[in-house]
Design a protein around this ligand. Structure first.
Ligand code: GLA
Length: 728
């Protein structure tokens, strides 16, 4: 809901649990007056203080009033070079070489339903779900306008933001920085939470109080990256899963980003998020506009868990667009960790048959099926079947797979090219690389120049041919190196600062074309596991391979970190063989299943090589998947304990919307002699109901389970529990 107090120029965005307020003051400066737990409203600018502060200059409108400075006032979209020395949202270079951006309020408009951003991922919502507010600001001297877009999803506590910068003058303007989000907090000590790591160790939660100055995370790798996720949080010092105010901020973007938090000299905090300014320079000719990626905000007055559940709901209902969103996805088996590059048709069919006999519903042929690809150093770009391995081609193989009652899926890596490929031999200039400069290779491969229409068109046609020759129900869209030598042969020197962003727009464009041409094909995103796990990709690919690390114990913390923003339904997770490829650890099959079942679920191992007893476990797991699918995909997710190195169990709970059904999942840690009696306190149940737990004769009252906890049996190292709770 939006309350617009026209004459006072106050804009109050009310959601179910939060209030966000903006005010254009008498000087036209757009102030951010409040964001936090829901308030009744009114003019909250009385919270703002004015004081004469040394070295904080005063804008022209206020003459010698030294108590009014852009450097101390909470700004809704900060300028630069005009007296606010904190993190800028906008940095421009004008034709005269000046770098000043000084914005004032012009007007606003509103509409029912959520705005769209052409060519960019965005939350969507019709009139019943969302409202849009657009506030227009202007730097009159520069003749640049900025439209600030707000999407308000009342029930979800979701506020989305984006900015559109328009050059209204008759000279070109160059943009060096255009944040999607600027958020000022006055005088509150806040802590900064980021999700960091690397390849095979993505999204570990890190939390620290904000020190004076700027703390930031970001990526200049051309992908959102394994190292830092474009989702960050701010919270009150005491906040935890169930208490305290916290703020989650996500950028719906899959390329270079920066999320920066600054604690100022007066202990105010500013958060900005947007495209990373490294090698970003975008020229706006007269009349042209630039639209930033979308940012999404959710504030929870009652801890992290509530924030996560609201993000999960928002993603499930207003970001994922696929037909698969509301359908049970088939249980898949993927060939990668089973065979890597070492297979032929006969081996694959044996593998598929044995998997089908256990109840697997989809067979995914991973890397190695195309060109002359027998290792990771050749053939990317040659998207046709390797006839030595697959004499009947993909159509023959997929027909045989279908005849087993299974669907057929395929791995591709369409943004890349190997030098040892026909594509590279024909079009060596289609790669990103400044002419004459030696290559930097990553996984022995080069990156195609997706800024170019003809490159995307070629890949589109090649993939379409593939998708038309065989019945392909699933694509795993991989991307296995970071961008370097970022330079496009198709753009002049002065526009090379646009290549990183144009690359991402190119990826989105091609994904959208493939989606629209093949609406029934499920696409899973992947970038060496979770190198591009972000809400931008989720708009196109409703699930993303979470990590190349399939060790169930490591996965506990990867999936835990991921769950702060992203719902289990989006996390690609498979059971793999032991000892694990990445860690050498052996974890019981039941536990590997329990961890993967709280993601998309499937197998990544040679199921035919299992013992009869293990095969029986697999059959049971597939049965469990079918039973728990709806709850896991549509229920609420509660983190009960964080993965811990001291051996305490990691526990989580899926609860149905009506709170009558729940599934407790738990994995024990390392075992030490003389273990304590442990119990786990459940959450989200109805205290007035009684629940029957798997294997327990007597029902448990909900209040007992939540307040006193459920007494755990003694578990061995890395053993798991998966207990259903059903209300009586
Ligand atoms: C990436 C993916 C893996 C697998 C390989 C194939 O690393 O994350 O799952 O598909 O590529 O080369």
């Amino acid at each position: 809901m939006m309350i617009l107090e026209n004459e006072k120029r106050i804009f109050t965005l009310q959601t179910r649990n939060t209030t966000y307020q903006i005010k254009a003051d008498e000087n036209g400066v757009l102030l951010h007056t409040y964001y936090g737990p829901r308030l009744r409203g009114g003019d909250l600018s009385r919270l703002i203080r004015y004081a004469d502060r040394g070295f904080s200059p005063n804008p022209n409108e206020v003459g010698n009033n030294r108590t009014y400075s852009l450097d101390t006032l909470p700004q809704e979209y900060s300028g630069s070079g005009a007296g606010d020395f904190r993190l800028p949202s906008l940095e421009l270079e004008l034709a005269d070489g000046s770098h000043v951006a000084d914005l004032r309020y012009v007007s606003y408009r509103q509409q029912r339903g959520k705005y769209d951003l052409e060519g960019l991922p965005a939350f969507f919502g019709g009139e019943a779900a969302a409202d849009t507010l657009v506030i227009t600001l202007e730097d009159a001297a520069a003749q640049v306008r900025v439209e600030l877009f707000y999407g308000v999803f009342e029930e979800l506590d979701l506020i989305t933001r984006a900015a559109r910068i328009v050059n209204q003058g008759d000279q070109p303007v160059r943009l060096y920085r255009a944040a999607s989000l600027c958020l000022d907090f006055s005088g509150l000590p806040l802590e900064f939470i980021t999700f960091d790591g690397g390849h095979v160790k993505e999204r570990k939660l890190n939390r620290a109080p904000l020190r004076p100055g700027i703390q930031s995370v970001g990526s200049i790798r051309g992908i959102s990256s394994h190292q830092h996720n474009p989702f960050v949080m701010l919270c009150e010092p005491g906040a935890d899963e169930d208490h305290g105010t916290c703020y989650g901020a996500a950028l719906l973007y899959s390329g270079n980003f920066e999320a920066a938090a600054e604690r100022s000299q007066f202990e105010d905090v500013r958060l900005t998020m947007g495209i990373h300014p490294f090698h970003f320079a975008w020229t706006l000719e007269p009349g042209q506009a630039f639209t930033t990626p979308e940012a999404a905000l959710i504030c929870s007055p009652s801890g992290f868990g509530q924030m996560s559940r609201q993000f999960h709901r928002a993603i499930r209902t207003h970001l994922l667009r696929d037909v698969w969103r509301d359908r049970r996805k088939p249980v898949q088996v993927n060939s990668w960790e089973a065979f890597y590059f070492d297979y032929d048709q006969e081996r694959l069919l044996r593998f598929a048959k044995e998997s089908a006999q256990l109840g697997v519903e989809m067979f995914v042929l991973d890397d190695g099926w195309f060109g002359r690809r027998n290792s990771d150093s050749s053939s990317l770009g040659d998207w046709w079947a390797n006839e030595e391995k697959l004499p009947d081609g993909l159509s023959g193989l997929s027909r045989e797979i279908n005849a087993l009652g299974m669907e057929f899926g395929l791995w591709i890596e369409p943004e890349m090219v190997s030098e040892d490929s026909q594509l590279y031999q024909t079009h060596p200039d289609w790669v990103l690389n400044p002419a004459g400069r030696p290559y930097t290779r990553g996984r022995s491969q080069l990156v195609l120049d997706y800024t170019r229409e003809e490159v995307r068109e070629y890949i589109f046609q090649t993939l379409q041919k593939l998708l038309e020759t065989a019945r392909i129900s699933y694509l795993k869209w991989d991307m296995n190196r970071a961008l370097t030598q970022v330079w496009s042969a198709a753009l002049p020197a002065g526009r090379q600062g646009e290549v990183y962003h144009r690359y991402v727009l190119g990826v989105y464009d091609l994904l959208e074309r493939i989606r629209q041409a093949n609406p029934h094909t499920l696409i899973e995103g992947c970038s060496g596991g979770g190198g591009r796990f972000d809400m931008g990709m989720l708009y196109y690919t409703p699930q993303i391979w979470c990590s190349d690390n399939t060790d169930a114990i490591d996965r506990l913390s990867i999936q835990y970190g991921t769950s702060f923003a992203y719902p289990p339904a989006t996390m690609g997770a498979h059971v793999s063989a032991v000892p694990n490829e990445q860690t050498g650890r052996s974890v019981p099959l039941e536990t590997r299943g329990a961890v993967a079942l709280s993601g998309t679920f499937g197998y990544e191992m040679d199921l035919g090589a299992l013992s009869d007893q293990e095969k029986a476990v697999v059959v049971q797991q597939i049965q469990d998947y079918r039973e728990s699918y709806t709850l896991i995909q549509t229920g609420d997710y509660y983190r009960l304990s964080a993965p811990s190195p001291d051996g305490a169990p990691t526990a989580w709970l899926h609860v149905s919307q009506d709170r009558r059904t729940a599934l407790l999942c738990l994995v024990s840690g390392q075992v030490h002699a003389g273990p304590p009696f442990r119990q786990v306190k459940l959450k989200g149940l109805d205290p007035a109901l009684s629940y029957r737990l798997t294997g327990d004769d007597m029902p448990w009252p909900g209040d007992v389970l939540m307040q006193a906890g459920y007494p755990l049996p003694m578990l061995g190292e890395y053993e798991c529990l998966r207990l259903w709770l059903k209300a009586e």
